[in-house]
Design a binder for this molecule. Structure first.
Ligand SMILES: CC(C)(COP(=O)(O)OP(=O)(O)OC[C@H]1O[C@@H](n2cnc3c(N)ncnc32)[C@H](O)[C@@H]1OP(=O)(O)O)[C@@H](O)C(=O)NCCC(=O)NCCS
Length: 142
């Protein structure tokens, strides 16, 4: 089941982000996001366990993907694909015309997923990340 983030989910989402990225958007950000009019954050729940999560900012036209991850033990089972398509369906219903995101050039699993759903590269940001890695800017138009 996919639904919007609730306060009770935040500690698990922080644990999930830390296990996948070694950092988290943090409690305060996620708490604000759970009440915000422009942050759309969704969790995938299986047997009461949050196995995936996606955070986005939506301004009425463009969906910007902020963080997106699936628990390492549950990757490559279609959860990420299901989550991002759920966000598209929800926000297209609210007027979304496109979506944009940044991804590390070497993040092949994420790039594979984004290309599978239809994102295209529109820009590169050289040495965008603190370790010097380039970012690719991807966009999908609905
Ligand atoms: C990116 C991520 C969310 C994908 O979630 P997932 O549930 O494992 O992905 P899915 O099972 O839905 O895969 C959908 C498609 O993505 C691509 N993909 C997913 N994992 C892949 C991998 N390890 N290698 C290559 N392509 C991959 C494939 O095209 C796949 O389709 P297929 O299985 O029919 O070949 C997950 O790998 C993850 O959490 N990665 C670490 C965090 C991250 O990099 N987040 C994105 C940047 S913010």
């Amino acid at each position: 089941m996919i639904r919007r983030l609730e306060i009770k989910d935040i500690n698990r989402v922080i644990e999930l982000e830390n296990s996948v990225f070694n950092h988290s958007l943090g409690y305060e950000f996620l708490e604000k996001a759970s009440k915000s009019e422009i942050a759309y954050v969704y969790v995938d729940i299986n047997d009461n366990f949050i196995d995936g999560y996606i955070s986005t900012i939506f301004d009425g036209k463009t969906i910007e993907i902020l963080n997106f991850c699936v628990d390492k033990d549950y990757q490559r089972q279609g959860i990420g694909y299901k989550l991002i398509n759920y966000v598209f369906d929800e926000l297209k219903g609210k007027g979304a015309k496109d979506s944009i995101l940044e991804v590390r050039r070497t993040n092949n699993p994420a790039i594979g997923l984004y290309e599978k759903v239809g994102y295209k590269k529109i820009h590169e940001r050289k040495a965008y990340y603190s370790d010097g890695e380039d970012a690719l800017v991807l966009q999908i138009k609905f």
